[in-house]
Design a protein around this ligand. Sequence first.
Ligand SMILES: *[C@@H]1O[C@H](CO)[C@@H](O)[C@H](O)[C@H]1NC(C)=O
Length: 271
Amino acid sequence: MGRIRFLHLLLCSVFLGVLLKATWAEDRLISPSKLKMFVDELQDMPRVFSYEVVNGVTKSKPLTIGMYRKKWKFHRDLPPSRVYAYGTSKHTATVPGPTIEALHGVDTYVKWKNHLPSKHILPWDPTIPTAVPANKKGIPTVVHLHGSIGEPQSDGHAGSWFTRGFKERGPTWTQRRYHYYNAQQPGNLWYHDHAMGLTRVNLLAGLIGAYIIRDPKVEKPLRLPAGPEFDRTLVVFDRSFRVDGSIYMNSTGNNPSIHPQWQPEYFGDAI
Ligand SMILES: *[C@@H]1O[C@H](CO)[C@@H](O)[C@H](O)[C@H]1NC(C)=O
C-alpha cells in the first residue's frame, strides 16, 4: 500500500514538473549574456524634414507617417522580432521610428496613419481601463509628442485613439492631422504611442521615435560639430527577448487575484 502511494506521489510530482517545465519553455528568454556587445553598427534612423526651402523661403512640408507591423533585427545573434514601427512606408519603417527634423518657428504637420492589423503582438491587460474598439478588431493608437508645447487636439490624448484607416475612434478623437507649433526652445523631443491602457505595450512593440527642433540662431554661435556625420540621435531602450526573437512581456500580474495581468513596471534585460 505504502509503495503504491509513494509511486502515485512520485508520478504526480513528475507530471507537475513536466507541466511547470512546459510553461517555462513558452517563456524561454534569451540570456543577455548570449548577446555580445558592440557587434552591430550603430543604426542611424531615417530623417524626415517637416520643412523645405522653396525659392529661399522656408515653409512647412506636411508629413505622413504610418505605423506598420514588420520584422526588425535588434541584434546580430537574435532572430528578427515582430514589431510595430513608424515610417513613411512599411519598407522604410524603423524601430525607433524616423527622426523628425523640425525648425523653430516653422509649423510641423503630420498625418499619423494606423496600418496595424487586428490582433496585438503582445499581451495587453483587459483588467484596467483600456481602449477597446467596439468590434474588438484593430489596435488603438494615438501619437503624443513628448515635451511639445502645443494645442490640445494635437497632443495625443489617451482617449483620441484610432484603429487602422480611422475605422474606430476613441471618445475624444477630433482630427486626422496633427499640428505642432515648434515655437518653444530648440532641443530633442520624442514621439510615442499614448493609447489608453495600451501605451506600455505599444511602446514595447516599437512605437517610439525622436523629434528635433533646431534653431540655427541658437546653435550656430556654439560652433559645435554639426551635420549628419556628427549629429546623431541616440534612443536607448530595454527589452527582453525569447529565444525565437519575439519581444517578451510578462503577462502574469504581480497581484494576480486582483489584476491577473497587471505589471506596474517593465525592466528588459537587454539594452
Ligand atoms: C512574471 O511575473 C510573475 C509575477 O510577478 C513572476 O512571478 C515571474 O517570475 C515573472 N516571469 C518572468 C519570466 O520574469
